[in-house]
Ligand binder design. Structure first.
Ligand SMILES: NC(=O)c1ccc[n+]([C@@H]2O[C@H](COP(=O)([O-])OP(=O)(O)OC[C@H]3O[C@@H](n4cnc5c(N)ncnc54)[C@H](O)[C@@H]3O)[C@@H](O)[C@H]2O)c1
Length: 259
């Protein structure tokens, strides 16, 4: 049986570990040709080798690298159907402790990185349905519950994720108005067991927690595959009528009354 993104070309940023790696694995398992990109190029190659994909070095803050990568994608794969702007960082510093440099670092990686990704991918993603059929191309940006809720410890990260969420709407409407056949949505995960979360919870270098396969309790952490499944859905034609959204992937965290 054909996979849900069979024959599509997908590029994932920050694909070497964590959520990005799980996205690469799931998209490849469902038939996509996946280009794994990361600034950790060795690890990106390892992921690509394990899924029969392609790997490229990409620091998402570097405009020239985006241009070079998109040129190579066009040459090697003839276009792009799915873009996952996933690369990210977080430093826990409240408004009093956060330096301007650290604030700008978050905006650079998340907002500028996502802006550059969308800007330089768009020409390769436009009107792809005319060549490959199906419901069109899909951009998936990685926001966070931090775009939706107030976390006192991470003002730079919340500003950056809020920027991604609102930019997602703008890009979705522009592409729709231009008739490009490109949808643009964001996911807002919260509490997923990745190297980033292990680091901020003081468990860097330890073995990841074993996330049960069944229903999760209220305070249960999610598995990267919980986000990858949502990436796959948004990338697929099943999500043809979803556009401009920021969708929480947080086991009900955002829905719960906080008082
Ligand atoms: N894990 C969670 O619970 C959670 C929750 C909300 C949002 N997110 C978001 O999901 C995304 C992935 O998070 P994760 O938990 O997998 O993090 P992670 O730290 O485990 O992985 C991040 C990846 O991004 C790469 N990266 C960082 N800066 C880069 C840059 N400038 N250029 C290219 N690659 C770069 C890293 O090398 C790494 O491979 C991030 O945008 C993060 O903010 C994660």
């Amino acid at each position: 049986m054909a996979g849900r993104v069979e024959g599509r070309v997908a590029l994932v940023t920050g694909g070497a570990m964590g959520l990005g790696k799980a996205d690469c694995e799931r998209l490849a398992a469902e038939g996509a040709k996946v280009i794994v990109t990361d600034r950790e190029v060795e690890m990106a190659h390892q992921v690509a080798d394990s899924i029969g994909g392609d790997a490229m070095a990409l620091d998402v803050t570097d405009e020239q690298q985006w241009k070079d990568v998109m040129h190579a994608v066009q040459e090697r794969h003839g276009g792009l159907d799915i873009l996952v702007n996933n690369a990210g960082n977080v430093i826990f510093e409240n408004i009093e402790d956060c330096s301007l440099d650290h604030f700008k670092l978050h905006l650079d990686i998340h907002v500028v990185g996502t802006f550059l990704g969308c800007k330089y991918a768009l020409p390769l993603m436009k009107n792809r349905h005319e060549k490959v059929g199906g419901g069109g191309s899909s951009i998936i940006n990685m926001a966070s519950t931090a775009a939706l809720m107030g976390y006192g410890a991470i003002p730079a990260y919340t500003a950056a994720k809020g920027g991604i969420s609102s930019m997602t709407r703008s890009i979705a409407i522009h592409c729709q108005d231009e008739g490009y056949g490109i949808r643009c949505n964001a996911l807002a995960p919260g509490g997923i067991e990745t190297p980033m979360v292990m680091e901020v919870s003081g468990r860097a270098g330890e073995n990841p927690m074993d996330i049960p396969a069944g229903p999760l309790p209220q305070d249960g952490l999610g598995d990267p595959r919980d986000v990858a499944g949502c990436v796959l859905f948004l990338a697929s034609d099943d999500a043809r009528f979803l556009n401009g959204l920021t969708i929480p992937v947080d086991n009900g965290l955002d829905a719960r009354p906080h008082h």
